[in-house]
Design a protein around this ligand. Sequence first.
Ligand code: RIB
Length: 284
Amino acid sequence: MTPRIAVIGSINADLVVQMPKLPGRGETVTSSEPFWFPGGKGANQAVAAARMGGQVTMYGAVGQDSPGEMCLAALQESNVNVSAIAKVTSATSTALVMVEHSGENQIVVTDGANQHVSFDSAAVALAQAVVVQFEIPEEVLIQAGKASTGIFCVNAAPVRKMSNELAQLIDVLIVNEIEFAQLGKPERGLVIVTAGANEVIAYQDGKIVAKCTPPKVEAIDTVGAGDTFVGAFIVAFADGGDIATSLHRACAASALSTLKLGAQSGMPTAAQVDKFLQTYVQKT
Ligand code: RIB
């Protein structure tokens, strides 16, 4: 079965610069040549889910500008349905992405078209899973949760205070360990806590139900790894996979995504994840 996934979220043009060490406060550093890449947590998760075999429709907004065209083209290349993406008068949102040679990064996301995301509730209700992140307004997240008739999956990144109204609607919450602590360690529903290259833990109503250690790889760029995890997990889980199996695939996909520069560049297909898992298991 091919799970139908609706991703409601941000679309950013990422301006990526690499440097030996991230600048401190008040410090100026020099970087390599800049690159433009398609990004945004919503678009990244849509691409990851589509490459992992989901039938994905993206609901978002871009400006009537060339960064917006670049982002739409990247979504289409990965077979994401872009027909519901609005072209608004605000500029396409931009992310300034600084990547240190160690792989550490810092990101600033600008306001823009992401503030104007909207969707048709009846269309979204047809999806088996609805995925949102925190780069779009809270009221849109709440509308999405109310429209969802399947699995409502929230990636609370970048973290901010979450209303009780939204919290009550969530079926699957995916956060990193810092976001988990800042949200007050939520204990309701399925909560998955990632930790970079370290162990991922899944809690069901506060109790640990599964764990997975991501495969070790030589990461080049970890930007978008969390989004790859979300996209890969939701496809496996909405397809009827159990939590442990879905975590396993998501960990592998996320590790593979770090092997290229650019959030979407290294996101693997389902076949690439299958092959990697076979090889990786044989080696260990
Ligand atoms: O999660 C990575 C993404 O965060 C980047 O692509 C950037 O656009 C920011 O939204």
